[in-house]
Design a protein around this ligand. Structure first.
Ligand code: FE2
Length: 378
């Protein structure tokens, strides 16, 4: 549905060196599925053996993907369909219930492939923001129409021992495990994500770049141009497409700080992915304060959905981390280079997000659907 409005030329075009052409993402989704399920689990030969290496995300950095001899247009779409057919065929013969293999237990590999495809859906949407005259096949205005009741600026989370990370059973990525206890000092966290209105005040006061896609309107205001359409910046919406460096600067300007990812996860207890602006249907954020009927235990809203939230934390393994099923998913990114984001955005598929999910990116990146909320010691 997402790619239905595209011409073949648009699918193959390189829009920016920091994102792949859409045809690469599509072929990579199919190739990853073929590798893990058809080849590894099913023991079959790949359909296009010679092509696999061009779809390896580590071997082929995004800036080089436009030059690769990958499948284009119809050929790519039919490769997707052929792989899916073979996948379903292999799946019919797999007994997940009695599986000893950790790849199969609890349907891990099936869930991993679904999550992988969902995550690439979001990456493709990052690029779609840059495509002039893209018209979504379907758009659900419901989240934007939500009433937003007033509430306190910040909510309190008491000190205590909290459990962080995903439980041992059920699907989660390796970096969410093992679940472990942490001591947290008391803190306060913004009830809602930081709004465009607050960010405009910051821009007037500080020497920083505006969010991606923003421009001056010539009369002292701001317009935002996505998918070729220019609209005045809506002050009620959460700010989005800001870098970690900018979010951190805003927090200090506001006399606060970014929350650690542990604080974020503790504050998200009770968040409900069913009452959140996710799944790409709204094609934008809901106003800050929406979904107030589904606030977390501490009273925060919109911790899931709308905008990914930058945290102050570096992306590191939890104590006792073990890579599974391959070190290139998380482990190779651990260190002080990447910052953790939490909570998912309007562009995130509902089936992939949970409070323990850890996303990461470089602190200067803005093309991701990232906003933030601030915290302070309690
Ligand atoms: Fe991938």
């Amino acid at each position: 549905m997402l790619i239905a409005p595209f011409s073949e030329e648009q699918l193959n075009r390189v829009y920016t060196p920091i994102l792949s052409p859409l045809a690469w993402d599509l072929g990579h989704i199919a190739n990853f599925e073929e590798l893990w399920l058809v080849q590894n689990v099913g023991g079959r030969e790949p359909l296009r053996g010679e092509l696999g290496r061009f779809y390896d995300a580590i071997e082929n950095p995004r800036s080089t993907r436009g030059e690769l001899p990958i499948l284009k247009g119809e050929e790519c779409i039919s490769y997707l369909a052929q792989v899916r057919e073979r996948t379903l065929d292999v799946l019919e013969g797999v007994d997940f219930d009695s599986a000893e293999d950790p790849l199969l237990r609890d349907g891990f590999i099936y869930e991993m492939l679904l999550a992988h495809e969902y995550q690439h859906n979001e990456t493709m949407l990052q690029l779609i923001q840059m495509v002039e005259s893209y018209e979504p096949v379907e758009r659900d205005p419901a989240p934007a129409a939500e009433p937003t009741p007033a509430g306190p600026e910040m909510v309190a989370v008491p000190a205590g021992t909290v459990e962080i990370g995903a439980a041992p059973r059920g699907f989660a990525y390796d970096n969410e495990r093992p679940r472990h206890e942490r001591e947290l000092a008391p803190f306060e966290i913004d009830r809602t994500p930081v709004t465009n209105a607050a960010y405009i005040e910051f821009l007037a006061d500080a020497d920083v770049e505006p969010p991606m896609y923003w421009e001056r309107d010539g009369e002292g205001g701001w317009v935002r141009t996505c998918m070729g359409r220019a609209e005045p910046v809506d002050p009620a919406l959460p700010v989005i497409h800001v870098s970690w460096d900018e979010a951190d600067a805003f927090a200090r300007w506001a006399g606060k700080r970014l929350p650690t990812e542990l604080e974020w996860e503790a504050a998200s207890a009770g968040a409900d992915p069913e009452r959140a602006n996710l799944d790409q249907l709204g094609f934008g954020c809901a106003p800050a304060g929406a979904y107030a009927d589904a606030c977390t235990e501490c009273g925060a809203v919109q911790m899931l959905g709308d905008a990914w939230e930058w945290t102050s934390s570096d992306f590191l393994g939890y104590p006792g981390f073990e890579p599974f099923p391959y070190p290139e998913y998380s482990q190779v990114f651990f260190g002080d280079e990447h910052k953790v984001l939490r909570g998912g955005a309007w562009a995130t598929r509902r089936g992939v997000i949970r409070p323990t999910f850890r996303n990461w990116d470089l602190p200067q990146r803005k093309q991701i659907f990232a906003g933030f909320r601030c915290a302070r010691d309690g």
